[in-house]
Design a protein around this ligand. Structure first.
Ligand SMILES: Cc1ncc(COP(=O)(O)O)c(C=O)c1O
Length: 379
């Protein structure tokens, strides 16, 4: 497998490449908030996009999936030993749209269980679908960050029939073990609950942990995923809803076009290239993020010694418990000191003293971000 280099973006490059992450912070502020990486895209992605731009491929996407399903099949087999037929993929515009589509068309009626903290749009999309949300809180004092199955069962007993799983978990950075997922599966079978598994962070599992695709423990689950997080292409808008039930796929494909049309030709081409030829770049990325994880731990030791960091098993998003500093909103304090991290209460409403920091950048920027957060909280 060819090994690629991860190319860091200089500040000026990052400002023009990442219009949200870098554009929405005051000049001089270190952006460590939204889930984008300060790295140039994988060369296989750049190449296919360059060719598409030069060929003027700016029209509507064709019917079909431009190879996305087959590419994902190969990727899932190589990385996780998971067999998913190419036709199991239905292309969507993004993962949040896929969740909405699944809730509206495939999931049983009734409340939806969402473990907290959660990726904030989960709460919004459940609400937009007119579903009551049943939160299951993760105990902030539990270092293992385990799923509270007693609370989950209570929610099922009270009538919830969908479980929205984030695996690996953003923002906890957890990679659920096979045993944990099997226990969840057993409970969902007992109560007739459908699992909707968001595995967008699946390719970003760091050394020391093993990713278990939820479809491998429960083939009746619905998978939503995308190459966009691992390959830094969220603006291209291409994600996937995967169900192993052919009848459900037929129903999805027969939906009126405005219910699922916001995917792009560029996104499909980039996804197919990334999942087919991106393994070398992805391996280099994971190695890099593993290094960043160590840099973060060192920087915390030096500048934020009272922080508790949940073990970061996947993703480049670390969940920091900063309650020892006695500041309710560490992110707001950080912003006043030149660093933007994401407020913990965005992920768990009402939870004080937490923040999520994005470490997909250089060691120097991560250290500066932590240093500034430290100055904000110590001050
Ligand atoms: C768990 C999770 N799901 C979905 C998304 C967003 O995916 P998309 O941009 O495809 O909607 C993110 C983005 O960070 C995420 O962390």
């Amino acid at each position: 497998m060819a090994r690629d280099e991860i190319k860091d973006l200089a500040d000026e490059e990052a400002r023009s490449a990442l219009r949200l992450k870098w554009g929405e912070v005051p000049a001089g502020t270190v952006p460590a908030w939204v889930a984008e990486m300060d790295y140039a895209p994988a060369p296989v992605v750049t190449e296919v996009l360059r060719e598409a731009v030069e060929a003027g491929t700016t029209g509507y996407p064709p019917f079909g999936d431009l190879g996305v399903g087959a590419a994902f099949s190969g990727f899932a087999r190589r990385h996780w030993g998971l067999e998913v037929a190419p036709e199991a993929t239905v292309v969507t515009g993004d993962v949040v749209a896929a969740i909405r589509l699944a809730l509206d068309t495939l999931c049983p009626p009734g409340p939806v269980v969402v473990p907290l903290p959660c990726y904030p749009p989960f709460r919004v999309v459940v609400d937009l679908c007119g579903r009551p949300l049943v939160p299951v809180e993760t105990d902030p004092d539990d270092d293992e960050a385990v799923l509270d199955l007693t609370a989950v069962e209570q929610a099922f007993r009270a009538g919830a029939r969908t479980f929205l799983l984030c695996s690996p978990h953003n923002p906890l950075g957890r990679v659920w073990t096979r045993g944990e997922l099997e226990a969840l599966r057993d409970l969902t079978r007992q109560y007739g609950v459908r699992v909707l598994a968001d595995e967008i962070h699946g390719p970003l599992v760091l050394p020391g942990s093993t990713f278990t695709p939820y479809l491998s423990v429960d083939p009746t689950a619905i998978l939503v995923t995308s190459a966009s997080k691992a390959f830094n292409t969220p603006g291209l808008h291409c994600a996937q809803l995967v169900t192993l039930d052919a009848g459900e796929r037929e129903r999805l494909r027969a939906l009126p076009m405005p219910l699922n049309h916001a995917f792009t030709t560029f996104g499909m081409l980039a996804t197919t290239a990334a999942f087919t030829d991106g393994d070398g770049w992805l391996a280099a990325l994971v190695e890099r993020l593993d290094g960043q994880r160590r840099h973060l731990a060192d920087a915390l030791d030096d500048h934020l010694p009272k922080a508790r960091m949940r073990p970061l098993e996947a993703t480049y998003l670390a969940w920091l418990d900063l309650r020892e500093y006695g500041v309710d909103d560490p992110a707001a304090a950080g912003l006043r000191h030149g660093v933007r991290v994401a407020p913990g209460s965005d992920y768990h409403p009402g939870l004080a003293g937490h923040a999520r920091i994005n470490i997909a950048t250089t060691p120097e920027r991560t250290r500066l971000a932590v240093q500034r957060l430290g100055a904000a909280l110590e001050g």
